[in-house]
Write a protein that binds this ligand. Sequence first.
Ligand code: NAP
Length: 278
Amino acid sequence: MKRAFLLAHPAGHSLSPVMHNAAFKELGLEARYEALDVLPEALALVMVMLRGREVYGANVTIPHKRAVIPYLDEVDDAARRIGAVNTIVNRGGKLTGHNTDAAGFLRALREDGGFEPEGKKVVMLGAGGSARAVAYALLAAKVASLGVFNRTLERAERLASDFETLGPLAVLTGAELEPAVTSADLLVNTTSVGMAHDGRDPDVSPLPSGLLPRRGMVCDLIYRPARTRLLREAQAAGLKVQDGLPMLVYQGALAFSLWTGHEAPVEGMAGAAAAALR
Ligand code: NAP
């Protein structure tokens, strides 16, 4: 039996096992996906295990997305530029690192959101790990402008300096946020503000009350809850909204195809993830 793993710490609430096991089942593949709770000091040993003959590879999440890089034989361009690996593929004992968050985000935006980012004005809230994947994706898709706002200014500045050669990216500071948001075609929240804690939906938004784009779309990477306060307010203002579930499904679908060589059954994966969320 083939195996794929999630390397995480803690590994508790991930939707990846249900999504991938549903996909293996649907395609009749004898394979199993397991979440492993990997302490940082155990990472070296786990990376040796990934080279085993029966292992497709792994997904990687907090806190190992950067830490796995020194253990890999190759890292693709997107993952190198983003500075984080979320998918490892094992081919005959050789490990390659990929980042499928960027492509997953774009596919979700285009296919589920019906939004083509080329030539659009975008504001992104946050500058953490997922923000780097989203910024890479949006710049590769040739947005007209990308304004980045983050609580910790230095982190946004680091992101901007890492990506300055990729396209028109600017860091937004306090007073610049309001005009940038109101004139944006797309607002993306990559912060964890609004995420459910201990099963409860916190009633907070990463934006000051009443501040929203005048047109277009608001996208939140959070999928628990499906409707964050930001998305509820955007919806009430007549804007198109998208939560983080389609991105989660498409980044997983891409990992699945890299491991197995099969097209991923995205509808089945999305259904399994949505059922687990309920
Ligand atoms: P991360 O690297 O830890 O970054 C967290 C970001 O949130 C930083 O920009 C941080 O700002 C900001 N933040 C946290 N608390 C804040 C607060 N109280 N006020 C203002 N800003 C705050 O996390 P990540 O991996 O990027 O994940 C961020 C979110 O995206 C999570 O909710 C995660 O579940 C979601 N996500 C979804 C998908 C998907 O497939 N849908 C994929 C990846 C992540 P500072 O820099 O100031 O700390």
